[in-house]
Design a protein around this ligand. Structure first.
Ligand SMILES: [Zn+2]
Length: 507
């Protein structure tokens, strides 16, 4: 079926393995416990980066888009797990929880996640690694991952349990990598692997199974191997439990490598990038932002005012994304006044760590961003320009004014250091200037999570989404990949796409 590979001597094949939410400390503990021998080998022989910075909000849709495009949401335009679509005047929900999906309608949630995220929401101006590699005739492949956009057309399967149940919904083709295996929905060939409706706990096995098949049959030069179950397990049982789920992910990596004859044989032919999209932190308390802001008139999922506030005309949309949240003003004319009202209320909510917003000039262009901490004051900043007075560790210059304490910052030798909020200014600026973001963004204090629209959270377990280091720093392991010169002083997930393209001479 496939044409012969465009062999480039010396480059080799590349597997990008995304282990969702893999926390560096938990990876290290899994290695120490002897349950992650493949990852141990990659760490030992390769380059291990224990503090690769996620996007903000540090949630999977935003991070996955950054990983595949190499840019932040100011360009790729995926702003959160849940967001308000201004043109369509409706919420977009990518699956915060089953109950949240029910509130918006399962059909709507599936369509947004399976189709619209790649086809309509992800900017057409930011090519994915699949698209760029497809254009160069590199043989691409992907297992079930939120981001799959490529140049090859795939029709949905007709004969699986999921497509039978949801046949009215899942009937359109998608454009993906050359080989695409996406839950029960798309499969570019018969492998005998079962996805079990894409249920948690089974998804890693499906990814491992189809990837082993592809290795055995030499079907790719670049593979995005997604292992999502670690995130699910850690949400449920807390980040400490990742020692077990990282071990399970390692078993699937071993299975893929065994298809080549073993780890040595596999690494002779393949470079590997193993990475987290974000981390997770323990959750002990919740914030019901929908309730806290009820007096402003909150739009509910069913285009009515939220339950219990039915008398109020909706004037804001509230979008929880786990440990981050966004608030949108529904009426353009009162945007600035509504923003001020939301900020005032938000700063007084228990568990809100940071409130962020953008101030605009007379032409509506972003003038400066504000990060405000209820306890530590307010910092104003904007990128570079004439007044650029400091640099961040990634070399970007910023004009700042106000309380550095808001982001626990200090300046040494003209360099802004914010270890509690890694890459704080660039991440906040990208989030605030994303055209699909809300007027006000919130980051939860350690221990807190915003309940979603199904009123679910992960109390007693783990979650992520904030600007804080506790859930923003993931593990990144590079094996057989040429490192950039110079290496970033602070690695970020948006550095990975350029590594992938560079590996195939497309840097
Ligand atoms: Zn998660």
């Amino acid at each position: 079926m496939s044409s012969s590979p465009p062999h480039r001597p010396g480059t080799g094949k590349l597997v990008l393995c995304v282990i969702d939410a893999m926390a560096p400390e938990m990876l290290e503990r899994a290695i120490d416990a002897g349950v992650a021998p493949v990852l141990e080998r990659l760490v030992r022989d390769g380059r291990y980066i224990p503090d690769c910075v996620a996007a903000f909000p540090s949630v999977t849709p935003v991070c996955a888009a950054s990983i595949v495009t190499g840019v932040s949401q100011d360009r790729h335009e995926i702003p959160g797990m849940n967001w308000f679509h201004r043109e369509e005047h409706r919420y977009v929900e990518y699956g915060s929880s089953f109950r949240a999906a029910q509130r918006f309608g399962i059909a709507r949630q599936l369509t947004d996640t399976v189709y619209n995220m790649n086809r309509a929401h992800l900017s057409s101006q930011t090519p994915t690694v699949f698209e760029t590699l497809d254009d160069a005739d590199v043989r691409t492949a992907g297992t079930t991952y939120l981001m799959y956009r490529g140049r090859h057309r795939h029709e949905p399967q007709r004969d699986t349990a999921l497509t039978r149940v949801a046949s009215a919904l899942i009937r359109h083709p998608v454009m993906g990598p050359r080989e695409l295996f996406y839950a029960d929905i798309f499969a570019s060939r018969r492998t005998g692997c079962r996805s079990g409706l894409g249920m948690p706990g089974v998804r890693d096995k499906h990814s491992g199974c189809v990837s082993a098949y592809m290795v055995e049959h030499d079907l790719f030069d670049f593979l995005l191997l997604s292992l999502p179950d670690n995130d699910w397990y850690s949400h449920k049982r807390g980040p400490d439990a990742q020692v077990h789920s990282i071990g399970q992910a390692d078993l699937q990596l071993a299975r893929v490598m065994n298809a080549a004859g073993g780890i040595d044989e596999f690494l002779d032919e393949h470079a590997v990038i193993a990475m987290a999209d974000h981390s997770q932190a323990p959750v002990t308390d919740t914030i019901a932002l929908q309730d806290e802001l009820a007096e402003l008139g909150v739009l509910g999922p069913a285009r009515t005012a939220q339950d219990g506030a039915a008398a109020l005309e909706p004037r804001i949309a509230v979008c929880p994304s786990q440990r981050a949240a966004m608030v949108y003003a529904l009426h353009e004319a009162e945007r600035d006044a509504m923003r001020a009202s939301v900020v005032a209320l938000a700063l007084a909510i228990d568990g809100v760590d940071l409130v962020l917003w953008l101030e605009r000039d007379a032409h509506d262009a972003p003038r400066e961003a504000v990060i405000s901490s209820p306890a530590r004051g307010e910092l104003r900043f904007s990128p570079g320009g004439v007044g650029g007075n400091i640099r961040d560790p990634r070399g970007i210059s910023w004009s700042i004014d106000g309380a550095l304490a808001a982001i626990d910052g200090s300046i040494r030798g003209g360099l802004l250091l914010t270890p509690s909020y890694p890459d704080a200014l660039a991440r906040a600026w990208a989030a605030l200037t994303c055209p699909n973001s809300g007027e006000v963004l919130l980051s939860a204090a350690p221990g807190y999570e915003f309940i979603d629209w199904g009123r679910q959270a992960h109390v007693g377990g783990g979650s992520h989404g904030s600007l804080h280091a506790s859930d923003s720093l993931g593990a990144l392991v590079l094996s057989g990949v040429e490192l950039p010169e110079p290496e970033p002083a602070l690695w970020a997930i948006r550095d990975v796409a350029p590594l992938v393209l560079g590996h195939f001479g497309l840097g």
